[in-house]
Each structure stands twice: as C-alpha cells, then as structure tokens.
Design a protein around this ligand. Structure first.
Ligand SMILES: Nc1ncnc2c1ncn2[C@@H]1O[C@H](COP(=O)(O)OP(=O)(O)OP(=O)(O)O)[C@@H](O)[C@H]1O
Length: 358
C-alpha cells in the first residue's frame, strides 16, 4: 500500500543552517548600520584589546561585536615625544592611504605600544594576533571548527518514528576574518615568525580587497573586505632576517617603516610614565641602559622595557636601591646572556658604565 500524504509533511527540528553567503550578506548589511561616528561613541566607553580567543565563538554580527566589551587597548601610559609623534604621523599617513604598514624594529623598542596607540586613534576595534611557527591560514581566517548535531524526530504517523541526525558544521571566524568582516584594525605582531604559506591569504586581502575563506561545503568562499579594514604588521629587525623571510609578493603590498630605540629624553619620559620615579633617577637608568646597548651585540641589546624594569625595582626598594643598584641592571640583561662567562663580561660592563655616572 503506497502511503499518500494528505497534507504537507511538517519537518520538526530546526531548519538547515543558513548558507554562509546569507550570513555574510546579513553581516554586511549589519555593517552599514554601524557608522564610524557611532563606533566612536561606543569606543569612548570602552577601552580594552580584543582578545581573539574570546572571539572564537562563532559568527558575531556587527552589533554584538560593537556592543560587546571588546574594544581598543588601554594606552593611558603612552608617551608621545617628538620622535614618537613623527613615526606615528608617518604610519597614520600610510594607513590613511589604505596601505598595510610593516613596522620593523629591535625587541623592546616600542613597536607594539606605538601600534596600539595608532589603532586607538584610528578609532576602530582592534583584532590582534601573534605570529608563530605553528600558525596556519585557518588560525587567521577561521574554519569549520565545531560540529553541531541536531536530531529530528518525526512522529507524523503516530506509530511511526522517523529520526535523522543533522550534522551541522559551525563556521568559526578567526581574527583576520573578523577584521575583514567588521572593518577592524588588524594587528599582526611578529608576523615573520609565521610560515609564509600561512600568510598567503593576506595577498588578496591587501591587493584585491577579497578574503578567501577555506570552505569545505561549497559555500561562499570569498568575503569582500570591509572598507574600514586596516592592517599593521610588526616584526623584530633581528629575527626578521632570521625566522621566515616573508614572500616578496607580501612585502610588495606593504609599506615598511624601520624604527629604532627612542631618543634619550623620550626613553626617560617613558620610564617615568611607568614608574613615577624622579627625573634624575630615570635619567641615570636610561643612561646606563643606553651605554650597555652600545656595547653589546644586536641580540643582547636591552630595550626600553629593561629600563622600565629597573625603574620599577627601584620604586619597590623605595629609595634603598643603593645596595642593589648594579645588580638590578645585571639581572635585567642576564636573560640575554648565553653563559656564565658571558654574564661575567656583562657584570664588568655594567660596573664600568655605572662608574661613569656623575
Ligand atoms: N611611547 C611609549 N609610551 C609609553 N610606554 C612605551 C612607549 N613605547 C614603549 N613603551 C613601553 O616600553 C616597553 C616595550 O615596548 P613594546 O612592548 O611596545 O616594544 P616592542 O618593540 O613591541 O617589544 P617586542 O619586540 O618585545 O614586542 C613596554 O613596557 C611599553 O609599555
């Protein structure tokens, strides 16, 4: 007996998930409802860095992203000396023309702080990722990372149970996809630590304004990059030569800006901003760190960070630093020494430099 349906079968359970193209279209339309001025309003209330990990929660629509608690980094401590300002203006010029900027400089010279300060001035949410050797394209763009299982029970005929399990791949956006979709400032720290193949996806983002998404299910593979998307990449001038030489095609799409350690006065201001110690103390610390920097090899140069560390330790010692003064400098540079012999050399260097203090 052939069963003839007398009325349309009603399938229980959720409808099959929206194709990616629908989601993208929906997200793109959402984009239009969030203007940059609205963004500025919301930005004023919040200031913290978008932590990509907390964003790996499936598709965010723009409203969620903007109203959520992710926003710009806190740059209250930022010091903008003349040399910082000059660099910042150059970077903003290129960012304003829509080119990605590649900031290259030695460890601890201030790349990240400068990038975060500029990102805050750009006024869009910041999405940030650290490059490393294990990073893959999927870590940048996202992929089908979750499988949602739904079962559908059909009791259309009371004594017949028809069941089926629907396996629904769940797309998870990763930092680059989020930045391209919602027009965030994409900060890719130490990008040259990642393998060039992982960064290939950036080529069409920077040139054609298209993000190619890996999609196994034949859905929409291409995302049009939001007009407010901006990218700033940093790399360490020492490692830059050593880790993975980025592909020429990618370097060709970026503007490269080399930076070095800031001027004496700016470094003194930075140390004081972070430690509140008196000018003379900060000046002596920076003097010693800069003298050490002049006399050690590239990879052992102490950055501004080392001067801040000594300043914070002196603050901790609350004026009783006399006894430990030399040792503080030796401790902050010891991490970059290779052996006891090397350390002994450094101790002599530190004692000699400190003896020059007036
Ligand atoms: N303009 C600035 N104003 C205030 N603090 C700064 C400034 N530039 C750098 N610093 C401070 O100096 C230290 C090193 O800066 P930062 O981390 O930005 O350097 P970096 O070049 O990114 O270092 P790395 O190569 O290790 O990532 C940090 O403690 C940072 O807060």
């Amino acid at each position: 007996m052939i069963y003839k349906a007398t009325h349309p079968r009603k399938v229980r359970g959720e409808s099959v998930h929206q194709p990616l193209s629908e989601k993208i279209k929906q997200n793109q339309t959402n984009l239009k409802t969030i203007s940059t001025s609205e963004m500025h309003e919301k930005l004023k209330k919040q200031s913290c860095l978008i932590d990509p990990k907390s964003l790996f929660i499936g598709n965010l629509d723009t409203k969620n992203l903007i109203q959520s608690e992710y926003f710009l980094p806190n740059t209250d401590c930022f010091v903008e000396g003349p040399d910082v300002k000059e660099l910042s203006e150059r970077i903003k010029l290129w960012i304003g023309t829509g080119y990605p900027v590649h900031l290259i400089g030695p460890t601890g010279c201030g790349k990240t702080s400068l990038v975060m300060h500029i990102a805050k001035e750009i006024g869009r949410p910041v999405v940030w990722i650290n490059g490393d050797d294990a990073l893959t394209t999927k870590d940048l763009t996202g992929g089908y990372a979750q499988i949602k299982q739904e079962s559908m029970r059909d009791h259309y005929i009371h004594n017949v149970i028809k069941s089926a399990d629907i396996i629904k791949p769940e797309w998870i956006d990763n930092p680059l996809a989020i930045a391209c979709k919602y027009g965030c400032t994409f900060v890719y720290n130490e990008f040259s630590r990642a393998k060039p193949t992982a960064n290939n996806v950036l080529l069409s983002v920077f040139e054609e304004g298209i993000l190619e998404l890996p999609s196994k299910f034949g859905q929409e593979r291409y995302l049009k990059v939001h007009p407010e998307f901006r990218a700033i990449l940093t790399s360490n001038s020492i490692e830059y030569a050593g880790i993975h030489a980025p592909q020429d095609a990618l370097l060709d799409r970026m503007v490269g800006i080399y930076m070095d350690y800031y001027s004496l006065e700016t470094e003194i201001d930075i140390v004081r901003k972070h430690t509140n110690i008196p000018y003379e103390e900060a000046k002596n610390i920076v003097f010693v760190i800069r003298k050490i920097r002049e006399q050690v090899n590239e990879v052992q140069k102490p950055g501004t960070r080392a001067a801040i560390m000594v300043g914070k330790a002196m603050k901790q010692l609350n004026g009783n630093a006399e006894k430990y003064y030399n040792q503080l400098f030796i401790d902050v540079i010891a991490t970059k020494t290779g052996s006891n012999v090397d350390l002994f050399q450094k101790e002599k260097l530190v004692n000699n430099v400190i003896s020059q203090l007036t």
